[in-house]
Design a protein around this ligand. Structure first.
Ligand SMILES: [Fe+2]
Ligand SMILES: [Fe+2]
Length: 358
């Protein structure tokens, strides 16, 4: 451990915010005796300034102060990026239950009651600090796990997509279209997030399809198309038996994103609401993006032409309700398309052939 870090852990910096000098003085003494380094502010505004410059490990704030009071200070600090876990302790009067409640509401970590027991103050603050550090470490680890999992999932989807798509932007556009459609049909925020995160894996089964079929520039023979279709089942197998909700959703999408509303899709020939909503949404988003993108076997279509095609397939390939929602939100769809545009640009309306073979 380097010297600076040891010093930091041994002598945490505490910011005292109180307008009364006679409160700050004994508090400073008690805390310094407890091994803390102390900085002081006379009111909320001064504390706010100090917080931007210094990085205290803990804040003890009075509630009633001229100008910015302790509650407003606490609320303002919580809104600051990276300060959600900074321990903020409010000093309130013993009988003031409303203040204590309010303190928690604005994000205070804990409270101490006045008159303060100076002998115990240092111990109490050490305890709060330790708890806060443990919470922060846990949150960091959880975030790291989530980030790693998301990254693995993203790369898995990309690995599949790289095999038949030059840019990998397809999965970004398609998953954002999916989440947008999900929002417009009233899926919960959790389901929208799941869609966004799971849709990139829709074609993960293509990892198991030979290049001779996947990268073939012309039309596929019947036999080749039969093999291509198995990417849904391969994806399903790859993502099977997963305890996480995210991967279960990805499993559903991989299996059902080529089912059709009229029952003529694959692999199972499910129809209408037999097809899970996640699969129905991804199917529409996937085809729209396939239509408007360049692929080894086709040129990109213009948006107008692709939208006409989507409308034409309402009630046959696609859930009519989803088509309605999709067409009613074209500006937002086009915004996503522009955000995740292919670097080479998109040529409108060139000769189109087979548009959605996988
Ligand atoms: Fe796709
Ligand atoms: Fe597919």
């Amino acid at each position: 451990m380097n010297h600076e870090l040891a010093e930091y852990l041994e002598h945490p910096v505490v910011l005292i915010v109180d307008d009364e000098f006679l409160q700050r003085l004994p508090m400073r003494e008690a805390l310094e005796q407890g091994g803390f380094r102390v900085i002081e502010a006379e009111d909320g505004a001064q504390a706010w300034e100090l917080l931007q410059r210094e990085s205290p490990d803990l804040v003890i704030s009075d509630v009633v102060m001229p100008g910015m009071n302790g509650f407003v200070l606490c609320e303002t600090v919580r809104a600051l990026e990276g300060r959600q876990h900074l321990p903020i302790v409010m000093a309130t009067s013993l009988d003031d239950l409303t203040s204590i409640e309010h303190a928690y509401q604005v994000g205070a970590t804990d409270f101490i009651t006045k008159p303060i027991n100076w002998g115990l103050l240092g111990h109490r603050m050490r305890y709060i600090l330790r708890a806060a550090r443990t919470a922060q470490a846990l949150a960091d680890r959880e975030f790291e796990l989530l980030r790693t999992r998301m990254e693995i999932i993203r790369r898995l989807g990309q690995a599949a997509e790289y095999r038949d798509n030059e840019t990998g932007k397809h999965i970004q556009r398609m998953s954002h279209y999916s989440a947008l459609i999900g929002r417009m049909v009233g899926l919960t925020a959790q389901d929208q997030a799941l869609l966004l995160q799971a849709a990139p894996m829709h074609d993960v089964g293509k990892i198991g399809i030979p290049d001779s079929i996947l990268l073939k520039p012309g039309k596929l023979t019947g036999e080749e198309f039969g093999i291509m279709k198995t990417h849904t089942l391969l994806g399903g197998q790859l993502l099977d038996d997963e305890p996480s909700l995210l991967l279960r959703t990805a499993h559903t999408i991989a299996l059902t994103h080529h089912e059709r509303w009229d029952g003529g899709g694959y692999p199972y020939g499910l129809a209408q609401r037999e097809i899970p909503i996640m699969g129905r949404i991804c199917s529409l988003a996937d085809v729209f993006d396939a239509l408007t993108s360049r692929r080894p076997y086709k040129q990109p279509w213009s948006v107008e032409r692709a939208v006409e095609e989507i409308k034409r397939c309402s009630g046959t390939a696609f859930d009519p309700e989803l088509v309605r929602v999709f067409c009613g939100n074209l500006p937002a769809i086009l915004e996503i398309r522009a955000t995740f545009a292919d670097p080479t640009g998109l040529d409108p309306d060139l000769d189109a052939s087979d548009v959605s073979r996988g």
